[in-house]
Design a protein around this ligand. Sequence first.
Ligand SMILES: NC(=O)c1ccc[n+]([C@@H]2O[C@H](COP(=O)([O-])OP(=O)(O)OC[C@H]3O[C@@H](n4cnc5c(N)ncnc54)[C@H](O)[C@@H]3O)[C@@H](O)[C@H]2O)c1
Ligand SMILES: O=c1ccn([C@@H]2O[C@H](COP(=O)(O)OP(=O)(O)O[C@H]3O[C@H](CO)[C@@H](O)[C@H](O)[C@H]3O)[C@@H](O)[C@H]2O)c(=O)[nH]1
Length: 465
Amino acid sequence: MTEQHTEDLTVADHFPRRVFDADAPAPRISVLGTGYLGATHAVSMAALGMEVVGYDVDPAKVAALQAGKVPFYEPGLPELLEEQLATGRLRFTSDVAEAVAFADVHFVCVGTPQTKTSHAANLSFVEAATTAVAENLTHDALIVGKSTVPVGTGARLRELVAAKARKDVRVELVWNPEFLREGKAVQDTLHPDRIVMGGTTADSEALLRRVYETPIAEGTPVVVCDLPTAELVKVSANAFLATKISFINAIASVCEAADADVTVLADALGHDVRIGRQFLDAGLGFGGGCLPKDIRALMHRANELGAHQASALLQQVDEINMGQRGRVVELALEACGGSVLNRRVGVLGAAFKPHTDDVRDSPALNVAAALHLRGAQVTVYDPEAGDTARASFPTLGYATSAEEAVEGADVVLVLTEWDEFVGAEPARLAALTQNANVIDARGKLDPQRWRQAGWSFRGLGRTAA
Ligand SMILES: NC(=O)c1ccc[n+]([C@@H]2O[C@H](COP(=O)([O-])OP(=O)(O)OC[C@H]3O[C@@H](n4cnc5c(N)ncnc54)[C@H](O)[C@@H]3O)[C@@H](O)[C@H]2O)c1
Ligand SMILES: O=c1ccn([C@@H]2O[C@H](COP(=O)(O)OP(=O)(O)O[C@H]3O[C@H](CO)[C@@H](O)[C@H](O)[C@H]3O)[C@@H](O)[C@H]2O)c(=O)[nH]1
């Protein structure tokens, strides 16, 4: 979009920038919060040709990113970061005033975790970041919320901005929720399924369309709607995905009781295009930094709004999901004759899903910790999430290979479906164990192959023999 490089520019060169004008220069971007979402967004916006500054309150994160290091595992992101830093279009700073003065479009990408005392989302980071933008505005600007927030948040933030921003600048606040999946974050950001623009005016819609001109030109559908609808689209999408997973897990328990196989059933259901095969993998259920906290925040908000049925539905989804973790613990106890006290448990997988090192609300670590609390000697191996897992659960044992994790085990649990585990040679692993019991909690192993290799095999929603 612009040939000029960041280091050649000063705020004075550009003041006053009038980003809403039809003939304004290419918009410059700031990204507030450079975690899983923000780091990917900042790098991707630079890859789309814009000048970008990323800001975070965590100086270590800023320093790492500026040095070309992604502080988490996300396939493809390190290479793109390095490439974009080299263009001079992308940089990271700990100085919020400088970031805000530099940019015209400010993406708020900070965390919205569950509060410690209720199901509600903690909005303090979103409020702090939005306030920081408002207080440091030097020229016209568009604030774009990307974080996942309860419906009604944007309207409150608009009041905050109106109270904090200088009166001689024009500022708008809109919501443009993000739908990226960890492990596919770069692809999802550069080529999204849809772009939702909530609460835009004609000018801010035109500006956001400039920002996303490449994916829009590729044919990405754009949904323009009001602010509350945009906020709700995001949490509803996650609620639907969560519901689909809990639905198949509920059916899995029927399959188990009736000697049916849920993996075959899911394939058969998936042929119906109205249903689709995705998100019908029965097993340990959903975890991570999004689905669990987002359905709980929606339950809380729906109750506040008097929509109690929606809340009750999601309560069931949550309960079924959390029950899956207990079910896997039960299967491990059964495999060890009723108690895991002083028994060796090999755990394959710690991340909440493959292709990430994220262990936020990881079902795998939840199960590992529950067995540890029952007196088992638990050894965990994950190809990428060993360090993040150890930081969250330092009392568990950690191995540097699958072989080391299953050595002398009484039972082996496959809790994250990394390719390495799905493709493992069962006979070789069986030889290393004390008792060759395997629990496939993700439904991705071939029971026949493992049984033929001498394993006693249990899966969720699959026959016991
Ligand atoms: N992770 C995902 O896959 C994903 C996808 C879509 C939407 N989201 C949503 O995006 C938001 C961020 O999620 P995440 O996974 O990137 O979280 P994260 O915890 O990885 O990152 C949040 C970052 O914000 C920083 N921060 C906190 N307060 C700040 C402030 N006042 N100013 C600047 N930076 C600040 C933190 O230091 C941290 O680096 C959440 O609302 C989440 O629900 C996440
Ligand atoms: O059939 C399935 C599919 C997924 N999962 C589990 O569901 C969880 C979530 O998976 P996924 O949705 O792929 O991961 P996230 O990266 O958390 O992405 C979700 O959450 C993001 C943050 O809001 C959204 O942007 C994405 O669109 C949404 O898919 C993981 O624990 C998976 O193991 C299942 O148990 N069965």
